[in-house]
Design a protein around this ligand. Structure first.
Ligand SMILES: [Mg+2]
Length: 129
């Protein structure tokens, strides 16, 4: 059983937002939603999230750049606990995955969103806490 996590969902598609929020709440997580990278950065600067679920294709600042900036925010504050950032994307090419990891993401979750798959990754990540 995974503890209740604080999760920031960065996703511009309203239907995807609804689906992911529904599943996360059902699994007792606390969810905050941002529709743009800019909005997500403002939320991230204000508070710590255990996990960020990051859509890669966003209007304006994309998920890659948003991730890089989140890692910068973290590196400026040594007291801050590192968040896990998981890419959410319909692209499943190997070089996308490589780029995600290179830009500071921890995992790559392909769409359509699958809560079982996310649970599996969360169990691996938070098992010892
Ligand atoms: Mg999108």
């Amino acid at each position: 059983m995974i503890k209740s996590l604080k999760i920031l969902l960065v996703e511009d598609n309203p239907l995807n937002q609804k689906i992911v929020v529904f599943h996360l709440k059902k699994n007792h997580h606390l969810v905050q939603v941002s529709s743009t990278g800019e909005e997500a950065l403002a939320a991230f600067e204000k508070e710590h999230f255990d996990v960020v679920l990051m859509d890669l294709m966003l209007p304006g600042m994309d998920g890659y750049e948003t991730t890089v900036r989140m890692r910068e925010i973290e590196s400026e504050d040594k007291m801050r606990k590192r968040s896990l950032i998981f890419a959410l994307t319909a692209n499943t090419l190997d070089n996308d995955r490589e780029r995600c990891i290179k830009q500071g993401m921890d995992e790559f979750i392909s769409k359509p969103f699958d809560m079982n798959k996310l649970n599996h990754i969360l169990e691996k990540s938070f098992d010892n806490e």
